[in-house]
Design a protein around this ligand. Sequence first.
Ligand SMILES: C[S@@+](CC[C@H](N)C(=O)[O-])C[C@H]1O[C@@H](n2cnc3c(N)ncnc32)[C@H](O)[C@@H]1O
Length: 255
Amino acid sequence: MNRTSWSLSAALLSVLLLWAATLALADSGKPSERYTRVPAGADGIGERYMGRDIAGVMGWQGAAWLEREEREREERTDLLVTALQLKPGMVVADIGAGTGYLARRMAPAVMPGGRVLAVDVQPEMVALLQRTVRQSGLTQIQPLLGAEDDVRLPAASVDLAIMVDVYHELALPYEVLDSIVSALKPGGKVVFVEYRAEDPQVPIKALHKMSEVQIKREAAAQALVWERTVDTLPWQHMLVFSKRNKKDLQSPASP
Ligand SMILES: C[S@@+](CC[C@H](N)C(=O)[O-])C[C@H]1O[C@@H](n2cnc3c(N)ncnc32)[C@H](O)[C@@H]1O
């Protein structure tokens, strides 16, 4: 090979490598391509996803609010747990479990044989969670530390994943929901509980509420099918989705 053809081959190789790198980047769906920078208000992180400004995470310093005495009356968490239709033996993932207020109320319903995997992203919150769980004596609750973009649960291991007042403040909602869907067993369910944005009477800041339409829009980015909406709670709505099975994914047009 003479010097000219060697230079030509090297140039061609560089172009091919550049092209492959561009394709790989486009395919990776990097977070920066999903999220738009916006001016950060007092309650937001300065990122927009599917037309929604993402709220900032409730810091562990505010944990007492999650355990406030009036919560049961304000949010009727008893109705919430009943509406989940939990059964003995189920593996439930409480994503963004906070102090474990909900995990402790769900735990009796999965016994005997079930577990509640209580995941949070703040190590300080997980430490608080470990304490409340120890005090409750509910050994079926397992506190776990997740990552900002991944719940870090084994694939196909969970029957039902629930996020109570969590999804709107995920810094990377697409990535976290994707990791939740991977962790669901075939036919497993993911439940969003969010303060109703449609209702001005709900005394919660705008960025910490979500409308039913927006939840459905964001869930549609994943292999999820809407099953039902529970509207019996005073401030929140609860949307239940189930994981689409592989057959549905391969033939969406089949009757
Ligand atoms: C408003 S609190 C709700 C806590 C609990 N679900 C409850 O209702 O009592 C939101 C929680 O979500 C957690 N969180 C935020 N981003 C998360 C993520 N990527 N993965 C897991 N937890 C997350 C926060 O650390 C915080 O504890």
